[in-house]
Design a protein around this ligand. Sequence first.
Ligand code: COA
Length: 388
Amino acid sequence: MRDVAVIGIGCTTFGEKWETSFRDLFLEAGALALEDAQLSGERIDALYVGNMSAGRFVEQEHVGALIADYAGMASRHIPSTRVESACCSGSLAFRQAVIAVASGLEEIVVAAGVEKMTDVETSISVDALAAAADREWEGFVGATFPGLYAMIATDYMHRYPLTREQLAMVAVKNHYNGARNPIAQFHSEITVDTVLRSPLVADPLRLFDCSPITDGAAAVILAPLERAREFTDAPIKVLATAQASDTIALHDRRDISTLDATVVAARRAYEMAGLTPAAIDLVEVHDCFTIAEICAIEDLGFCAKGEAGRLTEEGETALNGRIPVNTSGGLKACGHPVGATGIKQVAEIVQQLRGDAGRRQVDGAEIGMTQNVGGTGASVAVHIFGRA
Ligand code: COA
């Protein structure tokens, strides 16, 4: 297998983008990534596009072909593949692209993600998202994602020492970081009080514990590491790509406060990279709800079970902390266009390792990680990156 590097990144701004169509979102992110890698589209050999539910959100299927066509690549007949794994779609598109380049099958490959969620009412997007849970055992009886993660939060708070205030501090930190990220959906800094006074969505989770509904796209370009310097002075090496799955329904899990798929994917990633959690300088985790960030910090091995609330309160996960978590603002403040999120996480880590993250730069960042979750943890991808 060949070593693989990221040579270009591009993200649209995230938010409600009424003026931009689904396909235009992808084109904007793709053009930014090509510009960043100083490449023309003619050099691209293959496309992998993460997308969860264009059929439900914009009534468009056959997304791989659509994207290749509107990117002007139809006449070159390059392979273009949609990858779907709910909110983990972006990371799995990235993983497929890594495998394609590592195997020697392809040379220069785009991994992208796109979702346009705000063209339908909230009730429809919440139901489309709920299709990533078990439709017969969860969705059918009215369990939405806020509801399922509320069950995780309730179980966790019953068994471990996490206070309601500590949970709110996850959102406060991520809004602080999002306020320093030009692409973020929310640029407002908030306080614990903002979270605690916001409307209850699914007890104990309030509005500011939830990621929002978002339009956006992100793209990254991969090349064999040995060729990366043809395109960039700062290639970022993919040190590990790992994926794991679990039961789709929450009630079938061994323990709902631990995402076993995260634990296993992380173990595989650390083994592949030959690293331990202590080597990681920063991490983007899947904070679709504040409780998800608490679980992720522990399941990735940054502290023991039950300690992530204290870690957050003591500032260890803040920008200048021991292990900065979600410097982009995370899903909470940067936004969560589900199919694009995994690719945006990669783009954030690349920016940080290049030293290009401006007001949210982590000093001396050399090794970064991403963790992206589908559903309540039925699919998880973990990637590790290092400065080449
Ligand atoms: N955090 C902070 N503010 C939010 C927000 C969020 N998550 N979601 C919406 N808002 C704000 C809006 O900006 C708006 O503010 P304004 O009145 O100042 O303009 C206000 O709240 C109402 O927005 P609206 O779009 O009407 O919210 P909503 O009630 O339709 O949706 C949720 C709120 C929480 C139900 C929705 O964001 C949601 O379902 N989130 C979870 C998404 C999800 O499950 N993703 C998959 C995870 S696995």
